[in-house]
Design a protein around this ligand. Structure first.
Ligand SMILES: [Zn+2]
Length: 346
C-alpha cells in the first residue's frame, strides 16, 4: 500500500524530469548551449526533489537512485517482506516492556500481540516471512541453578571481601536460619540468611561495594488481619507470590555490586530494617561496610501486631546472576557454601 501511494505521488515530478531532460538534450543537439544548460539544470532540480520524496517516505532504506523510483510497484514488491520484518523487529526493540508482557512463563512471545496496529497487508506478508529469532528480555528466575561445586567456588571467591553484621548471632549452625529452609507461614522457601540480634540498635552494613537499586525506608506494617489474608492467598497457591514476599521484607535495601570477575552479577538484600539511613538512595554508591540502616523486625508477624522489639534480625540475601546463592542445594551443602562465604567475614 505504501509503495503504491509513493509511486503515484512521484509520477508528476518524474514526468517533469523526463520533459526537461529531453528538452535539454534537444537544445544541446541544436547548438543552443545556454538553453540546454538551463533545461538540464531544471531536470537535475526535479531529480533532487524526487530523491528527497523517496527518502522521506522510506527512512530506514538505503538511499535509492531515481531510476529505482521509476520502477512500478510490482517490481518493488519483493523488497516488502524484508522491510516488514525489519519494521517488526524495530517495534520489538522499541517496546521491550510490551514484549515482556506478551511473554508467557516459558519465555516464548505471543505472536498475535506483535501484530497489533499493523495493517492487514503487512500482517499477511509477515506471516509468510521467516520468523525472526526472539529477543531475550528477561533472563531471570527460570535459569538453571548453580551446581554445588559452582556455588562453593563463588563463595570462596567472594569470602575475602564479604562483610557481615557485627554483634549478631552466627546463623551457620542453624539450618532454619539459612537458605532453602522451609517457611511454612508463607508456603515458601527461605532465600536468605537470618542474623538474629536479640536487641534493637544493631547496624545492617553493605557486604561489598555497590550501588543501591531498591530503597524502601517508610514501610508501614499492615494490620495483622490483612497480613493474614495475604498469607491465605500464598497458602492457596502453595507458593509465596513475589510481591507478597516483598511486603514481608518491611523496610529493605537492595544493593547491586555489579559484575564481579569469575563470579557474575552480584546483588545483596537487607530486609526487616527498622529504618534506612538517609544517605542510602537509589542509584547512589554504597561502600563495603557502610551502614544501610538499623536491624529491626519490620514486615514480621510481631510488627504487624505493633511489637517492633521482638526478635529483631537481619534477613540477608546474596544473589548471583538472579539466583540466590545455594538455590536448590541440600541443607548440608547450603551450610558448607555459606560457611565458605563467611569464612573470612569481618
Ligand atoms: Zn529471613
Amino acid at each position: 500500500m505504501r509503495l503504491t501511494g509513493l509511486g503515484s505521488s512521484l509520477a508528476a515530478p518524474l514526468r517533469r524530469l523526463g520533459k526537461w531532460a529531453g528538452r535539454g538534450f534537444r537544445c544541446l543537439k541544436s547548438g543552443r548551449v545556454l538553453l540546454s544548460v538551463a533545461a538540464l539544470a531544471a531536470a537535475l532540480a526535479v531529480g533532487i526533489l524526487v530523491s528527497q520524496l523517496w527518502l522521506s517516505d522510506s527512512s530506514d532504506d538505503d538511499p535509492p537512485s531515481p531510476s529505482r523510483a521509476s520502477e512500478d510497484s510490482s517490481q518493488q514488491a519483493p523488497t516488502t517482506p524484508g522491510e516488514n520484518a525489519r519494521t517488526s523487529s524495530d517495534d520489538r526493540t522499541q517496546a521491550p516492556v510490551e514484549t515482556a508482557a506478551a511473554s508467557n512463563p516459558s519465555g516464548e512471545s505471543a505472536p498475535s500481540n506483535r501484530q497489533d496496529g499493523a495493517d492487514p497487508e503487512s500482517a499477511a506478508s509477515e506471516s509468510s516471512a521467516p520468523e525472526p529469532a526472539p529477543t531475550p528480555v528477561f533472563i531471570v528466575l527460570d535459569q538453571e541453578p548453580q551446581t554445588y561445586q559452582e556455588a562453593l567456588e563463588d563463595a570462596a571467591r567472594l569470602s575475602a571481601d564479604i562483610i557481615w553484621p557485627s554483634g549478631c548471632m552466627s546463623p551457620l549452625p542453624h539450618p532454619d536460619l539459612l537458605p532453602n529452609a522451609p517457611r511454612a507461614y508463607r508456603s515458601g522457601t527461605h532465600q536468605g540468611v537470618d542474623f538474629r540480634c536479640f536487641a534493637r540498635g544493631h547496624s545492617a552494613v553493605a557486604a561489598l561495594d555497590g550501588r543501591a537499586v531498591v530503597v524502601v525506608g517508610h514501610y508501614e506494617d499492615p494490620e495483622s488481619g490483612n497480613r493474614d489474608l495475604l498469607l491465605d492467598i500464598a497458602a492457596e497457591l502453595d507458593a509465596t507470590p513475589p510481591y507478597t514476599l516483598l511486603t514481608l521484607y518491611g523496610n529493605y535495601v537492595v544493593v547491586d555490586h555489579g559484575i564481579i570477575p569469575e563470579v557474575g552479577h552480584v546483588v545483596t538484600v537487607y530486609a526487616h530494617l527498622e529504618n534506612v539511613d538517609p544517605g542510602i538512595r537509589v542509584g547512589e554508591a554504597v561502600q563495603a561496610g557502610q551502614r544501610v540502616g538499623e536491624i529491626g523486625n519490620r514486615g514480621t508477624h510481631a510488627a504487624a501486631n505493633g511489637d517492633f522489639y521482638t526478635d529483631p534480625h537481619l534477613h540477608w540475601e546474596l544473589h548471583i546472576d538472579n539466583q540466590y546463592l545455594g538455590a536448590g542445594l541440600s541443607p548440608e551443602q547450603t551450610r558448607n557454601v555459606y560457611t565458605t562465604l563467611f569464612a573470612e567475614a569481618s
